[in-house]
Every structure is written in structure tokens, then in C-alpha cells.
Design a protein around this ligand. Sequence first.
Ligand code: ADP
Ligand code: ZN
Length: 529
Amino acid sequence: DLPGSTANSDAAHEVLRRVFGYDSFRGLQREIVEQVIAGGDALVLMPTGGGKSLCYQIPALVRPGVGVVISPLIALMQDQVDALTALGVRAGFLNSTQFPDERRTVEAQFLAGELDLLYLAPERLGVESTLNLLDRGKVSVFAIDEAHCVSQWGHDFRPHYLALSVLHERWPDVPRIALTATATQKTAAEIAERLDLTRARHFVAGFDRPNIQYRIEPKNRPDQQLLAFITGEHAGEAGIVYCLSRNSVEKTAEFLTRNGVEAVPYHAGLDARVRAANQSRFLREDGLVVVATIAFGMGIDKPDVRFVAHLDLPKSVEGYYQETGRAGRDGLPSTAWMVYGLADVVQQRKLIDSSDGDAAHRRQLQQHLDAMLALCETVECRRTQLLAYFGQRGEPCGNCDTCLNPPESWDGTVAAQKVLSTVLRLKRERSQSFGAGHIIDILLGKSNPKVVQHNHNELKVFGIGADLRDVEWRGAIRQLLAQRLLAVHGEYGVLVLTEASDEVLFSGRKVMLRREPERTKAAKAPRAK
Ligand code: ADP
Ligand code: ZN
């Protein structure tokens, strides 16, 4: 080692101990900190709870000048500054929520070199006066937190992040460190490109969270399933329940409270004071459940969240990973539990169809959804699949539902052919606008009014699926969607064939399906007709 790097390393350690009170660096922290102190750029991919903050806070304290942290989490800036102040670190922030005189005070401190860290909302950098301010002071390092917000196709895109390339153009000598907890290799490459970090060293921490048990179950009666899960496994413990809509957030919170599980709602439609109060109750109290939309959680540092439950399908594996990652930051056993069903697929598809953006954007969203569905329907270890999504390898983990209770798979080729030929038949009849429920009614041979009205009881396929039950057909259709052998379109969840459907219908392609859990149980008892 060069003498300089030893000195840097000693200085970093000294700050770690003296300021933060920790004995040793964790994981990649030491290498990252040394890279930045030496003036190099870094791109850090590290899971939530991995300890990203120290990666820029320590260089900011060791290098001369003020460390400037770009963060979209305006609501948390005050807390972050307070926490640092308590440690004796001189910190301030600039964002749109401040009064002009507060802002002026912070600016004066920055110019006088009286700050170690300055938190900045990204939109501040679009203001020329901020850029001038930074010119007049001395910046030791730029830290770009939640760097995935620069990814236009990602789930957290913030247009202001695109302007962050200005940092390198205007201050080429100041080292930059970009950090995120959610990035595939592809997103990482996009971040590097957009932030002009092509020469940065990449640091990719292990994404595995071994203390989190992953479980995904078919959705039947979600409220009851959730209640049974919480009371059965996590009674009296803190947890987060994610729902897609504000309405279901409120209903679910009420339902839980009525059934003896203390729960509060959190979504963007609530009064700001109620929201803040619920969030701070969640942080302070033991064993409170918060039912929330995904608006909740970014930047929340509560170590003892024992479970994260999803009542609706997340839009992407990144989103799922980030949300479930809020469980078990203290390293103790925790559960990531989810229920999902056919209706989720239809609903997500609807959201994609009605989203802004061009065809390429929609294709991207569809790919995200497909990856999420593949995770839901896998017969292999969930963790292995999750890590593979982030480009990392793993062995079957023994701590997910598919490892603990390996799903049986069965040759579903004939069942798939029945479904697909029904869809094909309806297409030939030029009456293609039917959803899964109608297709299943035809397969089961139910002469209900809608079937009769369209003369679908006269189709050749009518009743050819009596060998399976309704839930099994639903499961089969869900899995055909996940395997892209079937697709869903439009507002009403119309089922349509894909290119790959032909291979099943006409070229003898084999289709393996996973058995629905109910059937395993039901198979023991005589089956009701
Ligand atoms: P992230 O930003 O990656 O989600 P944080 O920076 O908030 O993670 O760190 C998560 C927790 O780990 C914090 O409570 C932090 O104090 C703690 N931590 C970070 N680094 C260390 C370390 N080297 N030794 C002990 N605790 C650490
Ligand atoms: Zn597993």
C-alpha cells in the first residue's frame, strides 16, 4: 500500500470509531470509503440496511470541504441532520420546505466551511444560484443517494436526477459516489451512463437477506389470509402491509384493527399531519402494523420490522425486493409474505395500458411484470430466483416456501391446450373479448346466462375441462400468463394468445405447471363432485 492510502485508511477508521462509535467496517464499506477519500468515483449497489450512509459520510468527514448529498427524501432531511448533529457532525440541508432566512443561514455556514455535510434536494441543482453557491464554497465529495431515481424506466424515476450530470461537468475534480439499494446490472449500467460515472469503480454487495423468509401464496380471501398470517406468526410485532390503492389501505387497516391487530393507514391521500403522526407512531411504538401504499417506506430506518406483507402484486421485482427489504434490518428472522391472484395480473396489465409513455415504455413495464410473475410461479427456490434477477448466484436457501414445501409440478400440456384452444375458438368466432372467468365457465361446461347468450355452450370446447376444479384452472391460467403462453389485454382483462401459444397448440411443446396448494390437501379427502 502507498503511504497515502494507509493514512487515509487510518483516518477513516478513526472517524468510524470516534464519531459513529463502531469498531469495524461492514462488508464493502472500507474499500468504498478508501476509494472516495482517495478522490475516485464509486457506484455502490448495496441492499437496504447494508450501511450505505457511512460510505459517503466518512469521506465527507475525512476530506477537506463539505460533502454534498443529493437526496430525493426531503421529508427525512431534518431527521438525518438531527441524527448527525447528535453525533457531533455539522450538517444542514437545503430544500423547498425551508423559509428563506433558514436557507440563508445554511448557505452562510456552507460558504464559511462550517458544515461537514449538506443535504440537497435534486431540484435545487436546477437553480443557478445553488450552482453558484457550490462554486463559491468547497465541496469534498458529491454523494448521489437513491441513484436509481435517474433510471427512466425504473419505478422511482425523478426527472431532476437527469440534471445531475452537471456535477461532473462543472466540478470534474470532486469525487462522486452514487448509491442505490435497487439495481439490476442493467439499471447499474444506466445509472453509470446517465450520471457520467463510466470510470467509477463499481461496488456490488451481496443482495441476499438470509434472515428474510420469502413466501407467496395464491390469493383467495386476502383479508382473512392476512389476519391468519399475522395472528399466527407475528402477533404483537411490527410489520408493513402493502396495498395498491388508498381505498384498500384504509379498509385493510380498519379490518385489522377490528380484529384485534393494531394498525394505522398510510397513503398520499391522507392529511399530511395524520401521515406524519402515523409514521412516527410506527417508528416509536412496538408492534404496530402500518398498512400503506408504496408511498411509505423509502428511507424508513426501523430495524425491527418483523414482516412485510403484500396484498397486491408489486409492479416489478426491484419494487418487491425494496419493499420486502424493509423487514428484518436488525438481522433477526422476518417474513416477506404475499398473496396474489389472476385479478392482480389483469389489474397490473390495465395500469400498463393506461400508463403514460410510448410503446417502448409499456414494453418495459410488461417485462417488469413478467419477471415478477415468474418469481410468483417459480417451482424453484424464491431466493435463488430473486438473486438471479440481480445477477447474483445462490444455492437453494431452505428458508422460502418453495424450499420448505417444494411444490409438485405436473404435466399441464393438455390443460394448457384446452385453455389455449378455447381462447383460439373465441377468436375464430370473432368474439375475442372474454376474460379468464368466462373461459373457465366454458371449460367447466357451465351454462350460465353469459355463456348461453353467446352460444358458447355449443362450442366444441364446452365442458372439456371438467377434470379440473375452478381454482386449478385459475392457477393454470395464471401460470400460462407467467410463462407468456397467454397474455392479457385491456381494461377487461381479455385473454389473448401469444406467439408461443402456437407451439403448445400445434408443435407439441410441453407445459409444466405447479400444483395448486389446495389440491394437495383436497387430494387426501374424497373429492366432491
Ligand atoms: P442503508 O442506507 O444502506 O439502508 P444505513 O446506512 O441506514 O443503511 O445503515 C443501516 C444500519 O446499520 C444503521 O443503523 C447503521 O447505523 C448501521 N451500520 C452501518 N454501518 C455499520 C458498521 N460498520 N458497524 C455497525 N453498524 C453499522
Ligand atoms: Zn429457497
